[in-house]
Unconditional design. Structure first.
Lengths: 448, 128
């Protein structure tokens, strides 16, 4: 029986199978007074051509496709090679869920293993999990993990960490007796060393720094990592723009204990905010406290290479309330797309891609700060985002740009009252020089 | 099998006391029922433990089990050898497979524990 059609014949067969003669008899046990005596208030069914037209009308209301956008702030527009869409939408890849049974899930498990290998290579860490929901969750899980590892009650979080990541962390630790303290940022856009030193002590469980940070600035990770370790605190690096890993030094190389972040940039569309891809990796010695699924390589009884989910005793279905996390699944399909994206680009392609982001952002920063009424808010080196300070009200600037078909940067007033005259702009490889120039000209006109 | 100078719990931990230092491990019965031990989660030195508080956990190929402290006190040392060779818990549960040493807070805690003879009698009841 097809599951799509519901013909009278289908209904008759189903009723016959369960041994009742009519739908009325099936619901006969229900009191008459609670039964709805009329049809549901629904529109008449549409034909397929009518339905397609209806959806086209609705999707035409999305004006974003006609706008030139410079939004970033945690979600990035990057080119996605067609091969990623084409391969990842194959039924074998699109439909599997978390692979509990290795007997029937070798393909999915191998992809997870390859994904973990790529994350380890990019982050410079020993072990990666099979993915988490998104970067904010990964950051929160990293904070909990640090607390499990050393039991200390205080976590220092850079104020230059994505505001929504900080909010998620606060939600996660709210009832756990873990205290979050924020470390101020300086004029370079990165965290202030003196302020970090002021807060670091023997109660510090971990220091969490995002790089490139929310303002696009590259943090001095090595210095902060060494300071954290001097106080036996763990050092956590969050990466919200995974493209940066193609060119910046792997956090593991500078001594990070845990690396977490968002890998949406690897082959996943912004899609109004999700589904995206949280990643998390750590040093081998911390493996037992890593949350989430882990795929492993093994041998079957005949000595052939095979893949399984491994170290499951950390997880909820085995450990119950003692588990490392309540996550019991992963973003397998998003991780699959990331794997396809990275393997399509390859090592050289990944670097070239990242360098293009730096170069275009650098051009844009130079071009835009040459406009009268605009200056760079911070001095530090950036990856593909930067904060601009305006002589005019940011909201008026945004409105002016929008009237010209441009979505400018993200106004920062709501996230950072101290940065009210500022907006965060993102430029990636998808922006052409002509588009950057168009933004500059539009800003000149708006600010005139 | 079960040393006479040890004291035992019904959760299958043993404790050996010298002065005010208590060495704690799991019994041969416990290791036998757990099967091959693959990981022992150890506490940090300096941690205070109450009677029956969780010391850590022992993971075998079959299950994960908590280890409870038979007595109260402060953790002096955890058996770091178990990090690299957790199988020692199976091979020598009453000796090299010890889990922690504790500075005892209250010697009276010992009075509630079982003697070797009582523990063996208790095991016979479990097997029956």
């Amino acid at each position: 029986m097809s599951y799509i059609a519901l013909s009278d014949q289908d209904k008759k067969e189903m009723l016959a199978r369960i041994g009742v003669s009519s739908v009325d008899e099936l619901f006969g046990c229900l009191p008459d007074e609670i039964k709805l005596k009329r049809k549901l208030n629904l529109r008449e069914a549409l034909t397929e051509p009518e339905l397609l037209r209806r959806f086209e009308e609705l999707s035409a209301k999305n004006s974003y496709v006609d706008h030139l956008s410079f939004l970033g702030a945690g979600i990035y527009r990057h080119f996605i090679p067609t091969v990623v869409d084409s391969l990842s939408s194959r039924g074998e890849f699109l439909t599997p869920y978390t692979p509990y049974q290795p007997e029937i899930s070798q393909g999915t498990l191998q992809v997870i293993f390859e994904y973990q290998t790529l994350i380890c290579q990019l982050t410079g860490m020993d072990v990666s999990n099979a993915s988490l929901y998104d970067g904010a969750m990964a950051a929160a899980e990293a904070v909990l993990m640090a607390n499990r590892l050393n039991g200390r009650p205080k976590v220092l979080v850079a104020r230059s960490l994505h505001p929504q990541y900080r909010e998620t962390i606060r939600t996660y630790v709210k009832n756990l007796g873990v205290r979050i303290e924020e470390i101020a940022f300086g004029d370079c856009g990165g965290i202030q060393t003196e302020d970090l030193l002021k807060h670091l002590d023997k109660n510090t469980s971990a220091v969490l720094v995002q790089s490139p940070n929310f303002f696009g600035a590259v943090e001095e990770l090595k210095k902060f990592c060494d300071l954290a370790h001097q106080h036996q605190a763990l050092f956590i690096v969050a990466v919200a723009e995974a493209a940066s890993l193609g060119v910046l030094e792997a956090p593991g190389q500078i001594g990070a204990d845990i690396v977490c972040g968002e890998a949406q940039s690897f082959g996943l569309a912004p899609s109004f905010g999700g589904p995206h891809l949280g990643f998390m990796a750590c040093k081998k010695e911390h493996l037992r406290q890593l949350p989430g699924r882990i795929g492993g390589q093994t041998k079957d009884v005949d000595g052939r290479r095979g893949f399984v989910l491994t170290l499951s005793t950390r997880e909820q279905h085995i450990r119950r309330e003692k588990a490392t996390s309540n996550i019991c699944t992963n973003q397998a399909w998003c991780a699959l797309r990331a794997t396809m994206f990275l393997e399509t680009l390859g090592q050289d392609g990944l670097r070239e891609w990242a360098v293009q982001n730096i170069q275009k952002a650098d051009y844009a920063l130079g071009r835009l700060t040459a406009v009268t009424g605009i200056k760079a808010r911070f001095t530090g080196p950036v990856f593909n985002e930067f904060v601009l300070e305006f002589s005019r009200d940011v909201q008026a600037v945004e409105a002016g740009l929008r009237a010209k078909g441009i979505v400018g940067g993200l106004g920062l007033k709501g996230f950072y009252p101290e940065l009210a005259p500022c907006a965060l702009f993102c430029v990636t490889e998808v922006h052409t020089k002509a588009e950057i120039d168009r933004l500059a000209v539009a800003l000149e006109e708006v600010l005139r | 099998m079960y040393p006479n100078h040890f004291r035992y719990t019904k959760d299958h931990e043993w404790v050996e006391v010298k002065g005010d230092i208590a060495t704690i491990g799991i019994t041969d019965y416990a290791q036998n029922h757990l099967g091959d031990v693959v990981y022992v989660e150890l506490p940090a030195p300096g941690k205070h433990l109450d009677v029956h508080q969780t010391i850590g956990s022992i993971e075998s190929v079959k299950a994960v089990s908590e280890v409870f402290s038979p007595v109260s006190g402060e953790v002096l040392e955890a058996n770091g050898d178990l990090n690299g060779s957790p199988e020692v818990v199976n091979q020598d549960p009453h000796g090299k497979g010890w889990i922690i040493r504790l500075k005892m807070g209250n010697k009276g805690d010992l009075e509630k524990l079982l003697s070797a003879a009582d523990y063996e009698k208790y095991l016979e009841g479990l097997e029956a």
